[in-house]
Write a new protein. Structure first.
Length: 217
């Protein structure tokens, strides 16, 4: 019988030390973020520039969140992340960047006043979820959609407490929302109540109202 059947035999010294590295990342994240509540996690494209409307809107959202007593958590990189951190920082709020080590290095943006760097995506994802009272999703690509659907799945399956998941930019997200409602729901792959997990919003001020309805500061 092939020895590879026995998974425990495949654990090398390198694997066991990796487990300690994973635990260390969790401990560092928990200790650093414990005092940064309540917080809102913001996601969106790395590719938007300061002159883009999406960048300006993310900056405004970060500003309003800070002014209303919320810490802002982003992935710590450029684009939407930079804009949201900038808005929070300039408003005197807690501006947090959870950076990630990538083959093509992502440099931290200069607007965080707390910056952590993670090697493991799944540890970083726990930090986004654990300390968030809401998710704000601006236009973005695969990484942004990953965060969107992970949060909705965790809420749908009752693995985390329900919180607002706000999609910013109805024109950008409408096609996806219509497909979910017109195909996924219609074919019975989800329940009608699952559509209530997220909301489409355009104005930053409306986002703050939605979040404050569910959070007691």
């Amino acid at each position: 019988m092939p020895s590879r059947q026995y998974v425990i035999n495949e654990m090398t010294v390198k694997d066991t030390w990796r487990m300690f590295h994973i635990m260390a990342e969790f401990v560092e994240g928990f200790e650093a973020l414990a005092e940064c509540q309540p917080a809102v996690s913001i996601f969106g494209s790395t590719r938007v520039k300061p002159e883009d409307e999406v960048y300006k809107k993310a900056e405004r959202i970060g500003q309003l969140l800070a002014e209303n007593g919320f810490a802002v958590i982003t992935g710590g990189g450029p684009g939407v992340m930079e804009a949201a951190n900038k808005g929070a920082s300039l408003a005197g709020g807690k501006s947090i960047g959870l950076n990630i080590e990538l083959p093509l290095e992502q440099m931290p943006n200069p607007y965080t006043n707390l910056n952590l760097t993670f090697h493991y995506f799944f540890v970083r994802k726990v930090m986004f979820i654990k300390y968030a009272v809401a998710y704000i999703i601006l236009p973005g690509g695969f990484g942004t959609m990953d965060e969107l659907f992970e949060s909705t799945t965790l809420i749908q399956t009752h693995k985390i407490r329900p919180f607002p998941v706000v999609l910013v930019g109805s024109e950008y997200w409408r096609g996806l929302f219509d497909w979910i409602r017109g195909v996924v729901l219609k074919e019975g792959r989800i329940s009608a109540s699952d559509l209530e997990i997220f909301q489409l919003v355009d104005e930053p001020e409306e986002i703050i109202k939605i979040i404050k309805k569910t959070v007691i500061l």
